[in-house]
Write a protein that binds this ligand. Structure first.
Ligand SMILES: [Zn+2]
Length: 105
């Protein structure tokens, strides 16, 4: 099983393991390899202080023969269906800002 990521409340530091809601953002334009970038966003609510925030849960690049997860490419020639894998991400602030543009409130 992939390691699950825990999300920390930015306000009080309480660890929240599950988003209250998730949604996917699909980049409108494929990258140079013709892959579609899918970002899974999560909405979180702190059970301790009720602070609400959003974070990237995982990010996938889906192509015909491979799936890239945060820069690591995984061949899917044997398994035709892309598998959703949760992974830890670093330096997300910039990407979150970028994704806000596609987001509908
Ligand atoms: Zn909190």
């Amino acid at each position: 099983m992939p390691k699950r990521r825990n999300f920390e409340c930015p306000n009080c530091g309480t660890v929240v393991s599950e988003p209250t809601k998730t949604w996917q953002l699909v980049a409108p334009i494929p990258d140079r390899k013709g892959r579609i970038t899918v970002t899974v966003m999560g909405a979180f609510e702190c059970p301790n202080c009720s602070h609400k925030w959003r974070d990237v849960v995982s990010k996938l690049k889906i192509g015909e023969t491979s799936v890239e997860v945060s820069g690591r490419e995984i061949g899917i020639e044997e398994k035709r269906e892309p598998k959703v894998i949760e992974i830890d991400l670093e330096n997300l602030d910039e990407e979150i800002a970028e994704m806000e543009e596609y987001e509908e409130e």
